[in-house]
Design a protein around this ligand. Structure first.
Ligand code: SF4
Ligand code: SF4
Length: 357
């Protein structure tokens, strides 16, 4: 069974660990690219649209990356030996007016490509262009009926069928042997009863996995109605029992998400994940990670002022990273809590008697 959501993948990049151990600041190998902050949906659980959330502090719902800045960004990332680009939101990335040029450049540079989308704007032309090059894609659906879908996403019921069609289309045009096609289900008050139903629909439409998460709300765990998360866990078990086989996996991220929310802040003073990835938003701002996207505590620079490589090489960025203390800067539930703790373990060699394996 595939483990695409492993939090330990840093072990495949020992050179980054060596650099971190030496106190160097390597170039990021993964870019979370949010080309367009605009969205055709207005989901009740959207981190960038929740009232007074950490991710709304600097968020401008109307901005998208100018074409010349996008091209320079991707060329810079290639120069920096970048490896993977996750095209995501922010807003809905497939609304981006220069999406064809963006994907062609990403393909030309031979980056590994991941895509997170609500799927509504996937059409045959796009699927033909990107399908053969995708390493993975995830269509966020989060409901098992068009009624719940339209309420949660504040959109037309007809978008539900379009999202499922997007799954089939990307499946049809995919080519890479290790391509993984997922559907996303974020647990929110009111959709939990449809979890199993969506997993069935995902499998029927050609997905090979469903990722179960939960809303990262400013109120944390308190946001959820009593009993919902326990109920969701039972439904995940039911879906796994009914649907999992050698070609279909349900990735249950709920326990990790719940734990992230319970912890709610960082107790470690070094964040390894900010050394290996970065986020670029539709307003051209560069951030340390998606947990701090559009928040001044994660702001590294802006591509309207200088290119990504120049930002990374600048004294300002180096000083920011050298003095970056998650216990001061972050203090939020962090998507990368497990990743960071694993990196710290590898860097600190916490275990004793390591030769008695
Ligand atoms: S589709 Fe994504 S970006 Fe758009 S509102 Fe929903 S969660 Fe936010
Ligand atoms: S929120 Fe997490 S990943 Fe982001 S900078 Fe803080 S510790 Fe690092």
């Amino acid at each position: 069974m595939s483990n695409i959501y492993s939090t330990n993948k840093i072990i495949y990049h020992p050179e980054l660990l060596v650099a971190m151990k030496k106190g160097e600041q390597p170039y990021p190998i993964q870019l979370h690219l949010m080309p367009d902050n605009r969205c055709n949906h207005n989901c009740v659980f959207c981190s960038f649209r929740l009232f007074e959330n950490k991710n709304t502090e600097l968020f401008d719902r109307t901005s998208y990356i100018p074409e010349n800045i996008m091209i320079k960004l991707l060329d810079d990332f290639k120069l920096m030996n970048g490896q993977a680009v996750e095209v995501t939101g922010g807003g809905e990335p497939l609304l981006y007016p220069y999406r064809t040029e963006m994907f062609k450049r990403i393909i030309k540079h031979e980056f590994d490509i991941g895509l997170v989308t609500n799927g509504v704007k996937v059409d045959q032309e796009l699927a033909k262009l990107i399908g053969p090059h995708l390493t993975w894609a995830r269509i966020s659906i989060d409901a098992g009926t068009e009624e719940t879908y339209s309420i949660l996403r504040k959109t037309n019921k007809s978008d539900f069928a379009k999202a499922l069609d997007a799954v089939s289309l990307l499946k049809r045009y995919s080519k890479k042997p290790d391509f993984k096609l997922g559907v996303g289900f974020v647990i929110e008050n009111g959709n939990e009863d449809e979890l199993v139903k969506l997993c069935r629909l995902a499998k029927e439409n050609g997905a090979d996995n469903v990722r179960i998460g939960a809303t990262f709300h400013p109120e944390g765990i308190e946001h959820f109605n009593k009993g919902i998360l326990d109920k969701a866990e039972n439904l995940v078990a039911e879906a796994k029992q009914e649907l999992e086989d050698e070609v279909f996996t349900i990735h249950d991220r709920l326990p990790e998400r719940i734990n992230n929310m319970k912890i709610g802040k960082q107790e470690y003073k070094f964040c390894g994940m900010k050394e290996v990835l970065c986020v670029v938003g539709g307003d051209c701002s560069v951030f340390t990670c998606c947990s701090l996207a559009f928040n001044k505590n994660g702001l590294i620079g802006n591509l309207k002022d200088e290119g990504l490589k120049d930002i990374w090489d600048s004294d300002k960025k180096k000083k920011m990273f050298r003095t970056f203390d998650p216990t001061v800067r972050c203090g939020y539930h962090c998507l990368y809590e497990y990743h960071n703790k694993f990196i710290l373990k590898l860097l600190n060699k916490e275990e004793n008697h390591v030769n008695f394996i």
